[in-house]
Design a protein around this ligand. Structure first.
Ligand code: CAA
Length: 240
């Protein structure tokens, strides 16, 4: 029987590649999006992947959205907490709003996404939890105190969930992408972006599909011994 996967932020950027890769591997996929109805409709039309709109930063909204997905596609076996935003600014210029927006979406959003799904995974004794963290959660980044804090937080989440899920055949892992050629990275000022690319030994930005293949690896039924781990895919920019 096909397994069901939920990908938050799954209609654009890295998330879109994850949704498509999982679909190609036979998963029934649900992709969430926050606001861009037009982009989501186009994505669904082009890929045949069903999209759902909710705010991952809102617990009740997430819970209701997840219930809709499970009513449509069946119990969720694989959850990919991918949705994330940036509000970059040097710390002295960072506003409380920029801090809270990023924490609410990137960190509380991960809680809100996994928490409603977790009891069902425990009951069914199977689950794959994959959180998309970042190289900047590992090394920090000028201008990203908020973002780096949330992405480092993701690593704490999966290491704890790995211990709680082990008895139930639920794995929890993080992926730390480096700089990938998505809208998020293209929004970085060109000069800054060029200087970042110069720090990547492979000499280029990553492709969303290069992260999607990491997800497929961790999501597989025979990946049950891999849990609590951090998989980096950053072109050699940073080694832990
Ligand atoms: N290291 C040291 N100094 C730096 C620096 C760095 N990395 N970046 C900027 N500075 C310096 C500037 O040269 C400037 O110095 P001067 O005042 O002497 O000229 C000073 O810091 C302040 O710079 P600005 O006043 O220009 O700051 P700003 O308010 O315009 O903000 C910024 C700059 C928004 C932080 C900008 O540098 C930036 O966007 N940086 C990129 C941050 C980044 O990597 N974001 C990743 C987004 S993609 C993503 O997050 C995905 C993922 O997971 C990888």
């Amino acid at each position: 029987m096909a397994r069901t996967a939920l990908v938050t932020g799954g209609s654009r950027g890295i998330g879109a590649a994850i949704s498509q890769t999982l679909k190609a591997q036979g998963y029934a996929v649900a992709a969430t999006y926050a606001g861009n109805d037009e982009a989501a409709a186009k994505f669904s039309e082009e890929t045949g992947i069903k999209t759902y709109k909710w705010n991952v930063g809102d617990y009740e909204d997430s819970k209701a959205g997840i219930a809709r997905v499970e009513a449509d596609l069946g119990p969720i076996d694989v959850v990919v907490a991918n949705a994330g935003i940036t509000r970059d600014a040097p710390f002295h210029k960072m506003t409380p709003e920029q801090w809270h927006d990023v924490v609410n979406t990137n960190l509380t959003g991960v809680f809100n996404t996994i928490h409603p799904i977790w009891p069902g995974m425990r009951e069914r004794k199977f689950g794959r939890v994959i959180v998309i963290s970042s190289i900047n959660g590992q090394k920090g980044q000028f201008g990203q105190v908020n973002y780096a804090a949330t992405k480092a937080g993701d690593l704490g989440i999966v290491k704890s969930l790995a211990q709680e899920g082990a008895r139930f055949n639920i794995t929890a892992n993080a992926i730390c992408p480096g700089y990938i050629g998505t809208d998020m990275v293209m929004a970085v000022p060109e000069k800054v972006r060029e200087s970042i690319i110069a720090q990547i030994p492979v000499g280029r930005l990553g492709e969303p599909e290069e992260i999607a293949r990491c997800v497929a690896f961790l999501a597989a039924d025979d990946a049950g011994f891999i849990t609590g781990s951090t998989l980096t895919a950053n072109g050699g920019q940073f080694f832990v």
